[in-house]
Ligand binder design. Structure first.
Ligand code: SAM
Length: 125
């Protein structure tokens, strides 16, 4: 996980409004944001799907639409374990959490696809 995670740490706060979160997702060309407190501890996750859901329901505050029970990844976990977790839960990204429960980044299905493509290219597959 640590070797392939996205480098930039782009986050949201539970008090953010939906429009600001939508802009952050679009500007950074991403689909997932970990929602954190002032100590960078994980409170939830918000995805493009949640933003569409918020618009459909007329919700304006992130706290009302983010998912609070989050499936996470640890920095030292092998990528194939993460791939199985993503498949099992029908999701496409996991926040990466360190020993102090602080958010270090995200790992997504896209990161894993990129790794497989790079490996295959290297091996001439
Ligand atoms: N299959 C789609 C995908 O991969 O993004 C969406 C389906 S999934 C039912 C959408 C919900 O999963 C959203 O409400 C989102 O907040 C939630 N979700 C996404 N990643 C999550 C994670 N790591 N832990 C818990 N919930 C997550």
């Amino acid at each position: 996980v640590n070797e392939i995670k996205s480098n930039a740490l782009i986050i949201a706060s539970p008090d953010d409004n939906i429009t600001d979160v939508a802009k952050r997702l679009v500007e950074n060309n991403i689909n997932h944001l970990p929602v954190v407190d002032s100590d960078n501890k994980l409170l939830g996750i918000v995805t493009s799907w949640d933003i569409a859901n918020a618009v459909a329901k007329g919700e304006t505050r992130l706290n009302n639409v983010m998912t609070k029970k989050v499936i996470i990844a640890r920095e030292d976990e092998p990528v194939d374990v993460i791939a199985r977790r993503i498949d099992k839960h029908n999701i496409s990204g996991l926040p990466i959490i360190d020993k102090n429960n602080q958010v270090k980044g995200m790992i997504t299905a896209e990161d894993i696809s990129r790794l497989i493509c790079a490996r295959n290219t290297k091996e001439g597959v």
